[in-house]
Design a protein around this ligand. Structure first.
Ligand SMILES: [Mg+2]
Length: 271
């Protein structure tokens, strides 16, 4: 019996010794798919407790500020809070996982396939906040760059996730022939309502002044408006995509995947 044990131990040691040595610093996949870089950001968004805490933190602050603004408001117009939809109230990270599996980047046909399912889940804190806004008598309005041909399914999705005001009157999407600039839609809302707070994952969910990021990627303009953040605009973290990424590519998403990968590295500051 003892001999058998020794023999098994010897075989085990031999097996381990014969395994090929993997250098963790060397990438065994020479050909990374063009969506490989999304893995880490989608992991963070979907599977980190820090993401959950960040969303709670942002929506807790949103509730606190909204109450304060309601108390200070002396105007006549009815009040509103304007929220973006994607990565603000609804979680599309399963679509990112789909892109990773397929080795693809964002494309509008694939996106439409996903939104047609109406299956996006609510993001942490979003439902509590929107319900609280209603309780305070503040209208909840969604302005999103989903296209108008996604309206029906978007409303269904918001309804299924339990959100208030999941109705045509309050869900304002992007016309098929228009750009993603939300200014006109915000202005239309502000004719009827006094918007007390904006919530979104992209700076232009607050104002178009942040769209022209230039060489410094928008840092200067953000510094100029720093007192607005957490006061008039609640920004949610989105490491998966956004105008910040476009700025790295000089707003040219048509660049080849290798070029984009190179730019993502080149832009980093080292020591
Ligand atoms: Mg968004």
């Amino acid at each position: 019996m003892r001999k058998l044990h020794l023999l098994l131990l010897f075989i085990s040691i031999l097996f381990i010794a014969c395994q090929p040595k993997v250098d963790p610093n060397k990438n065994p996949n020479k050909e990374l798919s063009q969506s490989e870089h999304l893995v880490m950001s989608a992991d963070w968004f979907q599977k980190s407790a820090e993401m959950r805490a960040s969303f709670y933190q942002a929506y807790n602050l949103a509730s606190y500020k909204l109450k304060e603004h309601v108390n200070n408001y002396k105007g006549e117009k009815p009040t509103a809070v304007v929220l973006d939809i994607d990565e603000t109230v609804l979680d599309n990270s399963p679509f990112e996982k789909h892109l990773i599996d397929k080795g693809e980047l964002y494309n509008s046909a694939g996106w439409k396939e996903w939104t047609d399912k109406g299956a996006a889940k609510k993001l942490p804190g979003a439902l509590e906040f929107t319900n609280y806004a209603k309780e305070l008598g503040v209208e909840v309005i969604y302005i999103s760059n989903r296209k108008v041909n996604e309206l029906e399914k978007t409303i269904e999705n918001l309804k299924a996730a339990g959100f208030p005001n999941a109705a045509k009157e309050f869900v304002i999407l992007r016309e098929m022939d228009k750009s993603g600039n939300k200014t006109e839609r915000r202005n239309n809302v502000n004719e009827k309502y006094e918007t007390l707070l904006y919530v979104g994952d992209n700076l232009t969910d607050y104002s178009q002044i942040f769209s022209d990021r230039g060489e410094d990627l928008g840092f200067k303009i953000v510094d100029e408006y720093k007192s607005d953040f957490g006061e008039k605009f609640i920004l949610l973290p989105n490491p998966m995509y956004g105008e910040w990424e476009g700025a790295i590519y000089g707003n040219d998403y048509s660049l080849a995947p290798e070029k984009k990968r190179a730019l993502r590295k080149q832009i980093l500051e080292g020591y």
